[in-house]
Design a protein around this ligand. Structure first.
Ligand code: SAH
Ligand code: SF4
Length: 396
């Protein structure tokens, strides 16, 4: 791991260019969109396929942002590209490194909005927790992001750009000519769509960004190393299997509709029975093994032995693992974390019923980077709703 000694609360300001200066950004385009964009910009149709392959590899395999460095293209063509296009990712405004090595990035996107991205190093992998929206339209009562109104959906460029930014910071792009994965174990090996926002309410952009991340001629992450977490947007679940094919996690959190209505209000729209129905089909449709059921442990709310037993019954017949998440507190949060012996007793019941029941170790709590603690700094600074709305209108 190239990270130097962990430093807590170290805030760095790293200015980077994001202004596209009126040029079209090539980041975030699917291969087909890139082809059309190049042709519209004057690339002869006959050459387009080859040019897409070349440019794609420079951008996503080797992390090159400057057309001048794309040395297998003629000098004249590079100059032409530079006149019309840009290769831009969101600007990293600051980085905090936790005592446990977790890195939290604050990222600024067009319109001046900010989202948080978290990198979690582990011994055998490194996971990037990516955001899909600024804020969230949903209002799960235990989630910090849920207290921030939705400002806007992120574009595909802004989503895949978070991965590219993290690879920049980790120094993980291979040298031009070297294949991805040839330079040893990957620091950034897994993606979880568990940052700010509900990914299935921004389906197309999330899909396009993940397709880019999975493309074998670029970032080349296997679909099994990408996990999308949803609060339960039932109509989009089958589509996730068909059009993305990544692993699925679902924020389950309760075993009765009465409690789930309060914790995850989308349950009033699609209740537990409807959610389970959609989940049953997922592993087959996506050719993936198991669904992860996320379950936040809230003291005296959803953590009894009866809850554990009900949970096991509900998920019967679904290939599953249950990820228990000790509640992470945030300023003003209305719940408490269940006691450790309670969490362990709950895990034990699930384990004895034949399911893996890992307890998620909270990471980066000292820098407010743990699950459910993310919220953009703009909001934390208590900007008024009117101010935020005015910015959105300005930025789009
Ligand atoms: N919107 C998506 C993904 C983002 S949240 C979703 O809801 O699934 C990622 C996970 O963190 C979800 O399971 C969410 O319920 C959980 N979470 C939210 N707030 C939390 C908190 N304060 N403590 C622990 N987990 C939390
Ligand atoms: Fe939104 Fe997920 Fe938080 Fe619920 S848990 S408010 S869906 S980010």
């Amino acid at each position: 791991m190239q990270a130097s000694a962990p430093i807590t609360q170290d805030v760095m300001t790293i200015p980077r260019k994001t202004d596209t200066g009126g040029k079209t950004n090539l980041v975030g385009l699917t291969r087909e969109q890139l082809r059309d964009t190049l042709i519209a910009g004057g690339t002869p149709e006959k050459q387009a396929k080859m040019r897409v392959n070349q440019i794609w590899q420079w951008i996503y395999q080797w992390g090159v942002r400057d057309f001048a460095e794309m040395t297998n293209l003629s000098k004249a063509y590079r100059a032409e590209l530079d006149e019309k296009f840009t290769v831009s990712i969101p600007e990293m405004v600051s980085k905090q490194v936790s005592a446990d090595g977790t890195r939290k990035y604050l990222v600024r996107i067009a319109g001046g909005h900010e989202v948080e991205v978290v990198y979690i190093p582990e011994t055998d992998r490194g996971t990037l927790c990516v955001s899909s929206q600024v804020g969230c339209t949903l209002t799960c009562s235990f989630c910090h992001t849920g207290t921030q109104k939705l400002v806007r959906n992120l574009t595909a460029a802004e989503i895949v750009g978070q991965i590219m930014m993290a690879r920049d910071d980790l120094g993980e792009w291979p040298e031009p000519g070297v294949g991805t994965g040839e330079s040893g174990p990957r620091l950034l090996s897994n993606i979880v769509l568990m940052g700010m926002g509900e990914p299935l309410y921004n389906f197309e952009n999330v899909r396009d960004a993940m397709k880019i991340a999975m493309d074998g001629e670029g970032i080349s992450l296997s679909r099994r190393r990408i996990t999308l977490s949803t609060s339960g947007v039932v109509p989009e679940i089958a589509r996730t299997a068909e059009e993305i094919g990544c692993m699925l996690a679902v924020s389950f959190h309760a075993t009765t509709d009465e409690v789930r209505d309060k914790l995850v209000p989308i349950n009033k729209r699609w209740n537990i029975a409807e959610l389970l129905e959609a989940l049953k089909a997922y592993p087959k449709l996506s050719n993936s093994e198991r669904i992860t059921f996320e379950y936040v442990m809230l003291k005296d709310v959803n953590d009894t032995d009866s809850d554990a037993r009900r949970l096991v019954k509900l998920i019967q017949g679904i290939p599953a693992k249950i990820n228990l998440i000790p509640f992470n507190e945030w300023p003003g949060s209305p719940y408490q974390r269940s006691d450790w012996d309670r969490i362990e007793a709950f895990a034990d019941i699930i384990y004895k019923a034949g399911y893996a029941s890992p307890i998620r170790t909270p990471r980066g709590e000292d820098i407010m980077a743990a699950c459910g603690q993310l919220k953009s700094a703009t909001e934390r600074a208590r900007k008024s709703r009117a101010q935020i709305e005015a910015e959105v209108n300005q930025g789009e």
